[in-house]
Design a protein around this ligand. Structure first.
Ligand code: NAP
Ligand code: F7E
Length: 343
């Protein structure tokens, strides 16, 4: 049994990872920032809220990070804490950099100064590929970031590689492509789609405004990806791994698949900013393009190649975008029927 610290335990991945680690018999410490409302909703949903040892952590405060690590002296740290919404990173670039880059530096420095023999997992991201220089993307594809979020994550990724080499630390980066679930934050496009469609269907909400419908993503299922995080730290040496499904779908594809589950049969009219999606059966407007949701610069194509993870970690994703859209839509229909706001 290992003593494991998860930063960002209140987020989507934190909750699934905690469940996976508990199932393996590990002792889980969950680091959270104080807030004015409860942050244990996802942990509660998974039935594990009372199985975690909580501590307060603000990753931008070095002294706080050092004290927490010194007190717990974990065998493993999964650093999931981040300002993770790409669109917001254009509004808050300094803050994004403080959390996503300086936060990681604080953890690495605290581990070094305290001489901890701790394994570190860093949550790197496919966003680092940005304006992609190769299709599909592997661990060897050069990075070409397109947002303050991606730049901050690339800085953190480079720090992890540097500390691994310079100080012989067990520091591993998972380059994870987008992964979604019933517990995904409501602002990300997949959950925005499924929660909004369910509310159109059951609560008469107005049509759904979206940004770039042609953007392509390689969407996987979050619980499968957090299982891979565990496998990465169980591996005998630290490394970088792409975690992806090797499939590609547009935002429009995801919208149409989720709509099908909700009971709408969509077709598109118009192009670009004029595109609108109607239900064939009723003629009702369901979704439309709204320029407010376009980004200053957007990553428009991501598709991973997970060969290294398959060969070295023995893994193959089972749940792909159509099934993810189906599961998320079913979950959000239930929430809308009960009139309970989604997590
Ligand atoms: P998420 O749901 O947004 O969760 C982010 C977590 O970070 C939350 O628990 C949040 O706490 C915490 N946090 C934010 N700022 C913090 C700070 N200053 N100090 C301490 N904790 C802080 O994100 P996710 O989808 O679970 O993703 C987990 C990690 O993987 C993130 O680092 C993300 O950038 C990365 N990633 C995600 C994906 C994906 O598709 N999901 C893909 C690649 C990489 P609060 O509840 O207090 O806000
Ligand atoms: O956008 C387009 C948008 O916000 C996906 C984070 O977990 O994955 C996530 O980042 C695509 C983009 O995720 C809307 O322009 C269209 O092209 O769901 P998203 P993301 O930006 O890919 C990576 C791997 C991370 O690391 C991040 O932490 O969808 N899009 N219309 C829209 N996106 C949003 N959010 N809202 C729309 O209305």
């Amino acid at each position: 049994m290992a003593k494991v610290l998860i930063t960002g335990i209140s987020g989507q991945d934190g909750a699934f990872l905690a469940r996976g680690l508990l199932e393996k018999g590990h002792e889980v410490y969950g680091a959270m920032r104080r807030g004015s409302t409860s942050k244990t909703g996802r942990l509660n949903e998974l039935g594990i809220r009372d199985k975690i040892n909580y501590c307060t952590l603000e990753v931008t405060e070095f002294a706080n990070v050092q004290n927490v690590l010194n007190e717990i002296r974990p065998d493993q740290i999964y650093n999931l804490a981040a300002q993770s919404f790409v669109a917001d990173s254009f509004q808050f670039p300094h803050y994004t950099s403080d959390v996503n880059y300086m936060g990681v530096l604080n953890i690495l420095e605290a581990m070094r100064i305290l001489k901890l023999d701790t394994k570190l997992y860093q949550a790197s991201t496919s966003e680092m590929y940005g304006d992609v220089l190769e299709k599909p993307q592997t661990e060897k594809t050069p990075f070409n970031p397109l947002s303050p979020y991606a730049v901050s994550k690339l800085g953190a990724h480079s720090l992890v590689v540097n500390y691994r080499q310079a100080y012989d630390m067990f520091a591993t980066s998972g380059i994870l492509f987008n992964h979604e679930s019933e517990l995904r934050g409501l602002e990300f496009v997949t959950r925005k789609i499924t929660s909004w469609l369910a509310e159109i269907k059951l609560q008469g909400k107005d049509a759904l405004p979206l940004g770039n419908l042609s953007s392509v993503r390689d969407w996987g299922y979050a619980p499968e990806y957090t299982d891979m995080m565990i496998k990465m730290l169980e591996h005998d040496k630290p490394d970088d791994f792409v975690i992806s499904t090797n499939t590609e779908y547009t935002v429009r594809d995801f919208l149409f698949m989720a709509a099908q589950e909700v009971g709408f049969d969509l077709h598109s009219e118009g192009e670009g900013l004029e595109e609108k999606c109607f239900d064939r059966k009723t003629g009702k407007l369901i979704a439309y393009v709204d320029p407010r949701y376009f980004r200053a610069s957007d990553v428009v194509y991501l598709r991973g190649d997970n060969t290294k993870a398959q060969e070295m970690l023995g893994w193959k994703p089972e749940i792909l975008a159509p099934e993810i859209a189906r599961r998320m839509a079913i979950y959000d229909l239930k929430k809308a029927a009960l009139n309970t706001p989604g997590l």
